[in-house]
Design a protein around this ligand. Structure first.
Ligand code: TXA
Ligand code: MG
Length: 341
């Protein structure tokens, strides 16, 4: 069914122009952003956006984020701009924060899956910003992975997932943040974080004192409960290996892993654990360095697949600051299987 010749383009000035041109002509290009790579298409073209859903195998009720390059260009996309938006924009944009507002009629229903709100972000990545500018339109872009697999932080990851399905992959190196943007809903009387990211709860609370965090961030959705963010109900970020999270201090974690491992077991550990582990491991950073853990998480999950891991024991990150985003992704990769020692 998929037979496109997916072109790998280097992000030279010429390459960036070529990527923007493909998007202008209704095509699909995986582009780098500071969070993860996004699968970009013209947000105002129903046909182009429909192509995103097909290429990713994405559920038809999971809305997309619209990317723009200035606050000014948000005006036509929303019903009105709430006062708080300007403060948040000053503090966090361009950057890894997505803000949900009431949509205008200009945004096609296929982008928002029929919701009356639209998710908007101004990325800080220079290449993403250039592509948006040169394409001359708002850009719809979900993470550029196949639905269900770990989000891509390199052009190689995008190519592995989307070869033959999209027109091009624009190679702009590694995505530094490593996890997707914080999703914040300001349409509610009590604004809520629907998905944690690099911009933390603590940072946003400085501007919104009554800020809350959706229950589904750290808990499985209860049967019959409608999710605030449709994306939360889908299985996510799963490598082929089964992932189990171990909540323990370093000594107990290492002892548990060493005792319960077979030859297809791997550890996703912290730097501090390395010396005491007797099984193959990938460290995703120092225990108290949540930002580095975020950068390495998805790459590590994909590497375990390359190593044919069957079972991965992941050392549980903290839920502070950026750690909340890491824990949120890891819980989904582990289908919420946690062992507390
Ligand atoms: O960092 C990111 O956000 C990346 C880069 C490419 O910008 N994009 C990304 O998109 O992660 P995606 O599609 O993988 O995740 C978007 C999330 C989904 O969970 C979706 O359900 C939610 O945002 N979302 C989008 N529009 C929404 C809306 N109107 N109301 C509630 N949730 C919404
Ligand atoms: Mg995604």
């Amino acid at each position: 069914m998929f037979n496109k010749e997916t072109k790998l383009i280097n992000a030279t000035p010429q390459g960036i122009r070529e990527a923007a041109e493909i998007i202008k002509n209704g095509g699909l290009v995986a582009i780098p952003t500071e969070t993860v790579y996004g699968l970009a298409a013209n947000a105002l073209s129903e046909k182009a956006v429909a192509g995103i859903f097909t290429a990713k195998g994405r559920a038809q009720d999971n809305p997309l984020i619209v990317h723009v390059d200035s606050v000014k260009s948000i005006e036509p996309l929303v019903k009105e701009i709430p006062e708080i938006l300007y403060k948040l924009a000053d503090a966090f944009w361009p950057g890894p924060l997505t803000i949900i507002m009431k949509k205008s009629g200009l945004v096609p229903n296929i982008v928002t899956c029929g919701l009356d709100s639209v998710a908007i972000r101004i990325p800080s990545h220079k290449i993403a910003s250039e592509v948006i500018k040169l394409s001359g339109s708002a850009i719809a872009a979900p993470s550029a992975n196949l639905s269900g697999s770990p989000s891509p932080t390199t052009a190689k990851h995008c190519f592995e997932d989307l070869n033959t399905r999209v027109d091009a992959v624009l190679d702009g190196g590694i995505s530094d943040v490593g996890v997707e943007s914080t999703v914040l809903d300001i349409t509610l009387d009590t604004p809520k974080i629907l998905r944690p990211g690099f911009v933390t709860f603590e940072e946003i609370r400085e501007f919104i004192p009554n800020l809350t965090i959706d229950n589904a961030v750290l808990n499985p959705l209860e049967e019959g409960v409608k999710p605030s963010s449709p994306g939360m109900k889908y299985k996510h970020y799963s490598p082929n290996a089964k992932v189990v999270i171990i909540k323990a201090n370093s000594r107990d974690y290492c002892e548990f892993v060493n005792q319960n491992a077979n030859d297809k077991t791997f550890a996703l550990c912290f730097d501090e654990d390395i010396a005491n582990l007797k099984v193959p491991y990938l460290s995703y950073g120092a225990q108290n360095d949540e930002a580095t853990q975020a950068t390495n998480l998805f790459t590590s999950l994909r590497e375990f697949d390359e190593m044919n891991a069957q079972l991965v024991y992941a050392h549980c990150p903290s839920s502070k600051g950026v750690g909340l985003a890491v824990l949120n992704r890891l819980l989904r990769a582990a289908a919420f299987e946690v062992i507390t020692l």
